[in-house]
Write a protein that binds this ligand. Structure first.
Ligand SMILES: [Mg+2]
Ligand SMILES: [Zn+2]
Length: 220
């Protein structure tokens, strides 16, 4: 008889700086292939705002890093993007939480900017702004490029099944119910060593584990 040896999944760890980085569309709000172009189209995923509030009340600085190429594509103005973000921040504030920062890339894929994920520009801005090394910080997204950006900065890559998450899982060969996903961290180098991401149902489930990790590890 062969015993099935299962490697236990490494638990998420709470970074000493209590920073957590979230993608926006598909993680906090429902995504749309037609882009989110107005405050009216910005609809939170159930439980996501509460998750942000719980993290923030536990002392986590919740930071958003989001590609918003709809701006470059002329689908929404920077003014509307700021309106959407002001609405999000207001909703969180009303619920007793806080968003520490929203960092976005307004460029299109052709611009050659450094801030469009999977490139690490937004994460570098966050690192500089908070003067925190992002190594080990939890970074949550629903697309491969979120995971690749996280890997580039040595964050803990986390995939949620909301938004394009299920699609991302399927494309990378992950079983629908898997809790760990192996991916190629370098978009242009097929041969690089694979990295692995933890997989959660949604942001609420990520918050549960992060809060638990902070509690047991006694992160200040
Ligand atoms: Mg997304
Ligand atoms: Zn950019």
């Amino acid at each position: 008889m062969t015993a099935v040896v299962r490697t236990p999944l490494p638990a998420l760890t709470a970074h000493p700086a209590r920073l957590v980085i979230l993608d926006r569309d598909g993680v906090i709000n429902h995504d749309s292939d037609a882009y989110i172009k107005s405050v009216a189209e910005w609809v939170p995923i159930p439980g996501s705002l509460e998750a942000i509030v719980r993290l923030s009340q536990a002392g986590f600085r919740v930071v958003i890093a989001t590609n918003q190429s709809g701006v470059a594509r002329g689908l929404l103005s920077l003014h509307t993007l700021h309106e959407i973000h002001a609405t999000l921040q207001q909703m969180i504030a009303t619920m007793g939480g806080q968003i520490a920062g929203i960092f976005y890339c307004p460029h299109g894929p052709q611009t050659g900017c450094r801030c469009r994920k999977p490139l690490p520009g937004l994460f570098e801005q966050i690192q500089a702004h908070f003067a925190v090394n992002l190594h080990g910080v939890a970074a949550v997204g629903d697309a491969l490029r979120d995971l690749q950006c996280a890997a580039a900065m040595h964050c803990q890559p986390i995939l949620v099944r909301t938004g394009k998450g299920q699609q991302t899982l399927a494309r990378l060969g992950g079983a629908p119910s898997c809790t760990r996903l192996v991916f190629n961290p370098c978009p242009d180098e097929p041969s690089t060593t694979r990295r692995s991401a933890r997989v959660f149902d949604d942001l609420a489930a990520v918050a549960d584990e992060l809060l638990h990790a902070a509690l047991v590890s006694g992160v200040p």
